[in-house]
Ligand binder design. Structure first.
Ligand SMILES: C[S@@+](CC[C@H](N)C(=O)[O-])C[C@H]1O[C@@H](n2cnc3c(N)ncnc32)[C@H](O)[C@@H]1O
Length: 299
C-alpha cells in the first residue's frame, strides 16, 4: 500500500474503518510496531476494535478526525510518526448497514453524518433549509452534477409539499428529473447527488485540506503519507499538495501519476475501481539511503 511498514515504528491509519488496512499494517510491523487508528464513526470503531483485538496492546483507536492527529500526538507525547494512511470515503458498513442514508438502494433517514454524535446538519437539514443557490453549488461542486440547477429547483419545489426525510424521496426526484429513458452510462443518476450531499454534510474537502496543511509536520524524516481517494475533487487536492511539497523540498512525491488498482483487485472489490493512490515521503535522513536518482520502491 506504499507505507513501507517496519517493526518498531508508529503508523497512523487516519480512516481506520473496520480495520482492513490496519490489520495489514499490524501484520507487516510485527512483532512490535504500533498502529493508531482514527475514525469519525463510533460504530465502525467498535467493529475495528473487535477485528484488531488479537493484536492486543499494539493498537489504539481514537474517535477523532484525521485532521486532529496533532492533538493525539501532543497527548501521547510523540513528536511524529513513521507513516500515515488515509483511505477516504465511506466504508462498506456505512453504505450497507449504517441506516444513515448513504445508499440510494434502501429507504433510510437522510442523515449521512459519519459521526452521528456530532451535532450538525444532516443531509435532510441541507435539503430542507439550504437556499436554491447553496443547493446548486453543492450539487455542482461536490457532485460535479451537470443538472445542478435543475435539481436545486426541484428540491425547493418538492420540500414545500413534503420536507425531505428519507432517501427514496430524493431518489424519486432524481429519477423524475431524468425522465424516461434518459439514463446514460452505468452510474445510477442519484450517485452524484448522494455523493455531493455526503461531502457537504461531513465537510470532507475542508477536513482533507486541514489535514494536508499539517501532515508533513506529523511525519518523521523518511516517513510516508499514503492517500487513497475515490473522486476527482479529493484527488485534485492531494495531487496539488504533493506537487507543492515536492517543489518546496519538504516531501518527495513517490507517485507522479496515481496508482490504480489491479484488475484482480477490482474483481475482488468492485468499489475500488475508482481508487487513486498517491504516496509522498518526508525529506530527511532516509533520503541518503536512496541517493539522488533512484526512487525507493513502493511496497
Ligand atoms: C473507505 S473507509 C476506510 C476503510 C478502511 N481502510 C479498511 O480497510 O477497513 C473510510 C472511513 O473513513 C472515515 N472517515 C471519513 N472522514 C474521516 C475523517 N475526517 N476523520 C476520520 N475518519 C474519517 C469513515 O467514517 C470511514 O469509516
Amino acid at each position: 500500500m506504499g507505507l513501507d511498514c517496519r517493526p518498531g515504528c508508529v503508523y497512523v491509519d487516519g480512516t481506520v474503518g473496520e480495520g482492513g488496512h490496519a490489520t495489514a499494517i499490524l501484520n507487516r510491523t510485527a512483532p512490535d510496531g504500533l498502529l493508531w487508528g482514527l475514525d469519525q464513526d463510533p460504530v465502525v470503531l467498535q467493529a475495528a476494535a473487535a477485528r484488531l483485538a488479537p493484536f492486543t496492546s499494539r493498537f489504539r483507536l481514537f474517535h477523532r478526525s484525521y485532521a486532529q492527529l496533532g492533538e493525539i500526538l501532543t497527548e501521547a507525547g510523540e513528536p511524529a510518526v513513521a507513516g500515515i494512511l488515509l483511505d477516504l470515503g465511506l466504508s462498506l458498513h456505512q453504505l450497507q448497514r449504517s441506516g444513515r442514508g448513504f445508499s440510494f438502494q434502501g429507504d433510510e433517514p437522510l442523515d449521512m453524518r459519519f459521526n452521528p454524535e456530532r451535532p450538525g446538519k444532516t443531509a435532510a437539514d441541507i435539503l430542507n433549509r439550504a437556499t436554491p443557490a447553496e443547493l446548486e453549488k453543492i450539487f455542482r461542486e461536490y457532485g460535479e452534477e451537470p443538472r445542478a440547477r435543475r435539481y436545486a429547483r426541484l428540491v425547493v419545489e418538492a420540500r414545500r409539499q413534503h420536507p425531505f426525510r428519507f432517501t427514496q424521496q430524493l431518489v424519486k426526484l432524481v429519477q423524475q428529473a431524468q425522465g424516461p429513458g434518459r439514463r446514460t452510462g452505468e452510474k445510477n443518476p442519484a450517485t452524484r447527488v448522494f455523493q455531493a450531499l455526503r461531502i457537504a454534510v461531513n465537510r470532507e474537502l475542508e477536513e482533507l485540506a486541514l489535514f494536508l496543511g499539517q501532515a508533513p509536520a506529523w511525519l518523521l524524516p523518511g516517513g510516508r503519507l499514503v492517500v487513497i481517494s475515490y473522486h476527482s475533487l479529493e484527488d485534485r487536492l492531494v495531487k496539488k499538495k504533493l506537487l507543492a511539497w515536492d517543489r518546496e523540498g519538504l516531501m518527495r512525491r513517490l507517485t507522479r501519476k496515481p496508482v490504480a488498482p489491479s484488475r484482480e483487485e477490482v474483481q475482488r472489490n468492485p468499489r475500488s475501481r475508482s481508487a487513486k493512490l498517491r504516496v509522498a515521503e518526508k525529506v530527511g535522513e532516509k533520503e541518503k539511503q536512496y541517493g539522488q536518482t533512484g526512487d525507493p520502491p513502493i511496497k
